[in-house]
Ligand binder design. Structure first.
Ligand SMILES: [Zn+2]
Length: 359
C-alpha cells in the first residue's frame, strides 16, 4: 500500500487534520474547532493528539512519511518561529515548530497556509498539469503562494508570495500591513463588506441596505447573490474586485510569465460576478497576457472546458499526458480543491523531502 503523510490546516477557527496517501487519496479527515481562547499550548496539544491518533491508525499497514502543517502567518523557515499571525493572537515569536516536535518526538514541516494551498492546487487541483504556478486566496485577507519547478518558492526568508499586499491603488484604503490600496483592500471578503457598507451609507444601495438591516448574517455571499440578481450597486462592488485582481494578476503575468494563475479562497465562489472585469483589466494592462491569452472558451478549465484541448479523446491533460502547446497560453482560473487545498498541500510537504537547491 502507498505511503502516507499527515497534513494539518491550523486556522483561526478550525483545526483540520488529514491522512493522505502518496497518490493523493484522502484516507481520513478530522475537523475540530481551534480552541484559541485556551491558549497556544492547548491548541498545540489538541493538534498533536490528533496527529498521533491518525498516524497510529494507518501506520500498521503503511509507512508514515511525516507531517506538514499549514499556519496562517509569516513563518521564519530557519527557526520555525511564527513572525506574525493576525488570526492566532499571542503566537508571535512563539517557537511553533519546536513545541510540536518536542511533543511528537519527530520533525515536522511548517508552511504558510497560502503557500500550502498553492502546493495543494499544484498537486491535485487546477494546476496539476503544470510545474510553475501561483495562487491568490481571497478570504478574510488575500494570501498568495508561488510554486516553481513543483516546489514552493520561499524567497530569502520565507516571505515570498505576499501577493495580497501588491499596490493596486496608491491612494486607496489603508491596509493592516501599513501600505495603502493593497489588493486585499479590494478583493477580500472584508473588502467586499467594507464596500457594501460604503454603498449603503451613500444612500444609493437600497437593496443592500435592506439585506443588511434584515439579515443578521449579512455577508459577502449575500452581496454576491444580489449582484447575480442584477442589483447594480452589488455588481459594482464585484466590478472593483475584478478590477483589482486584473491589475494584480496582470503584474504577476508580466513579471513571471507562468502558465497558470489560480484564484482560490471563499470569495472565488463569486467568480461569475468578478471574473469578466478581471479578464478585461488583464487584457488591457498586461501585454504578456494579451499576447498569450487563450480564447474565452478555453479560459476556464474548471468550468468544464479543458485548459489544453486535445484532439484525441482520453488523452491530454485529464489523462496526465501533456499535449503539445502546454505552457504557451496563460491560464487564469478558479481553484478546484476549495478549503481542502491547504490540507492536501500540507500533507504533500513531507512527500517532497528537502531539495537543497530550492529550500
Ligand atoms: Zn497590505
Amino acid at each position: 500500500m502507498a505511503n502516507f503523510a499527515i497534513g494539518v490546516d491550523l486556522g483561526g477557527t478550525n483545526l483540520r487534520i488529514a491522512a493522505v496517501d502518496e497518490g493523493g487519496t484522502l484516507l481520513e479527515k478530522v475537523t475540530t474547532g481551534t480552541r484559541v481562547a485556551l491558549g497556544r499550548d492547548q491548541v498545540i496539544n489538541d493538534m498533536c493528539d490528533a496527529i498521533r491518533a491518525l498516524s497510529a491508525k494507518f501506520q500498521a499497514s503503511r509507512t508514515m512519511l511525516g507531517a506538514g502543517i499549514g499556519v496562517p502567518g509569516i513563518i521564519d523557515m530557519e527557526t520555525g518561529l511564527l513572525r506574525e499571525s493576525p488570526n492566532l493572537p499571542g503566537w508571535e515569536e512563539y517557537p511553533v515548530r519546536e513545541e510540536i516536535e518536542r511533543r511528537l518526538g519527530a520533525p515536522v514541516i511548517l508552511e504558510n497556509d497560502a503557500n500550502a494551498a498553492a502546493l495543494g492546487e499544484k498537486w491535485l487541483g487546477a494546476a496539476r498539469d503544470v510545474n510553475d504556478m501561483c495562487i491568490l486566496t481571497l478570504g478574510t485577507g488575500v494570501g498568495g503562494g508561488l510554486v516553481l519547478h513543483g516546489r514552493i518558492w520561499h524567497g530569502m526568508n520565507g516571505m515570498a508570495g505576499e501577493f495580497g499586499h501588491m499596490t493596486v491603488d496608491p491612494d486607496g484604503p489603508r491596509c493592516n500591513c501599513g501600505n495603502t490600496g493593497c489588493v486585499e483592500q479590494f478583493a477580500s471578503a472584508t473588502a467586499v463588506m467594507r464596500m457594501a457598507r460604503e454603498a449603503i451609507s451613500s444612500g444609493t444601495a437600497p437593496q443592500l441596505a435592506r439585506a443588511a438591516g434584515s439579515d443578521p448574517e449579512f455577508s459577502a455571499k449575500i452581496v454576491y447573490n444580489l449582484a447575480i440578481q442584477g442589483d447594480q450597486p452589488s455588481r459594482d462592488i464585484f466590478r472593483r474586485v475584478g478590477w483589482a485582481l486584473g491589475i494584480a494578476v496582470g503584474d504577476l503575468v508580466n513579471a513571471l510569465n507562468l502558465p497558470m494563475y489560480v484564484i482560490g479562497g471563499g470569495v472565488a465562489s463569486a467568480w461569475e460576478a468578478f471574473s469578466p472585469y478581471m479578464f478585461e483589466e488583464l487584457q488591457r494592462r498586461s501585454m504578456v497576457y494579451a499576447a498569450t491569452a487563450p480564447t474565452p472558451e478555453a479560459r476556464q478549465p474548471s468550468m468544464g472546458v479543458p485548459a489544453f484541448p486535445s484532439k484525441e479523446k482520453g488523452t491530454g491533460a485529464a489523462a496526465g499526458v501533456q499535449p503539445r502547446g502546454v505552457g504557451r497560453k496563460t491560464i487564469v482560473t478558479r481553484a478546484l480543491l476549495g478549503s481542502d487545498a491547504g490540507l492536501y498541500g500540507a500533507a504533500r510537504l513531507p512527500m517532497l523531502g528537502s531539495d537543497p537547491a530550492w529550500d
